[in-house]
Design a protein around this ligand. Structure first.
Ligand SMILES: [Zn+2]
Length: 292
């Protein structure tokens, strides 16, 4: 727990009596049982526990990046956002969470100090191997909780490949459930005018999920869109070519309350996706045989 009253998960933590803890009632002020919670995160389990936990559960695999997010957000933004959304989903529905893959595909941020990236082919192969090892333990339904748009194309390839191998891999990205109208509603017209990277939207999410790592006083508004096209063409700018601060949009207009609404939508969408995947026979999630 940090000094500001937040747990290491960035969730507000109600004080628990010894009795509550003894009964295994609540952790982090949330609704999961200690026993259930203890069977949720793969990195905390022994192998006999993993054998039980992995039976019939969807596995969530958070991934992100180690990449600059303007002057006001931490390098961990994308992977920690993915991880914490997964942690919040686990409070509402039984899943297993595999250890987070922090690094992703971010070479376009290379001029900003601290950004680390892997090649897309390495990222793809790494993901394939992780999921193939899960498959060897009987896991056939995986949801990658992806926090970084630069990983999307590679993850889509991974999903297609694994589908042919008998594993259903869905990619969940929190921002896809946030359309323009919802952004305008929760952020206001001006703040929602430009979103993309460490903008008002992502900054609001950071203020909700990891306020202890945020430096909102250092935020700078940058009124340009992400990777602007040139006469309709994409010329593969690096981030530094269109923003020297590293972000776009209006992070000074970010609000924690907006982050609460975004995170709530993100978590409920993720849980709905997991339920949908569970409700389907595996054969419906995999490649069909040839037409007769
Ligand atoms: Zn980001």
């Amino acid at each position: 727990m940090s000094e500001d009253g937040l747990s290491e998960d960035g969730l507000s933590e109600d004080a628990l009596s010894e009795d509550e803890l003894a009964e295994g009632a609540l952790l982090h002020g949330a609704t999961y049982l200690v026993g259930y919670r203890a069977m949720t995160r793969l990195r905390e389990l022994t192998w006999p526990e993993a054998r039980e936990a992995l039976r019939d559960r969807v596995v969530l695999l958070p991934v992100g990046s180690v990449e600059q997010h303007g002057r006001h957000m931490p390098l961990a933004t994308d992977h920690i956002t993915a991880e914490r959304i997964a942690f919040l989903a686990e409070e509402r529905h039984p899943v297993v969470i595999a250890p987070t893959l922090a690094y992703g595909i971010s070479p376009h941020h290379r001029q900003f100090w601290g950004t680390c990236w892997v090649r897309s082919e390495l990222f793809r192969d790494f993901m394939l191997d992780i999921v193939r090892s899960l498959k060897s333990h009987g896991v056939m339904r995986v949801v990658v909780v992806n926090g970084h748009g630069g990983n999307s194309a590679a993850l889509s390839e991974v999903g297609q490949t694994l589908r042919q191998e008998g594993v259903s891999l869905a990619v969940y990205e929190w921002w896809r459930g946030i359309d323009d109208e919802f952004s305008r509603q929760i952020l206001g017209e001006a703040a929602a005018a430009i979103t993309g990277h460490a903008c008002a939207l992502e900054t609001s999410v950071g203020l909700q999920l990891f306020p202890e790592w945020m430096k909102p006083e250092a935020a700078v508004d940058v009124p340009v869109g992400w990777a602007p096209p040139v006469h309709g063409g994409q010329v593969h700018f690096d981030t530094v070519d269109f923003t020297e601060h590293g972000n776009v949009g209006f992070p000074t207009l970010a609000r924690r309350e907006a982050g609460v609404a975004v995170v709530e939508r993100a978590v409920s969408n993720l849980v709905a996706l997991v339920r949908w995947i569970e409700s389907r026979p595996l054969s419906e999630l995999l490649a069909r045989p040839h037409l007769g």
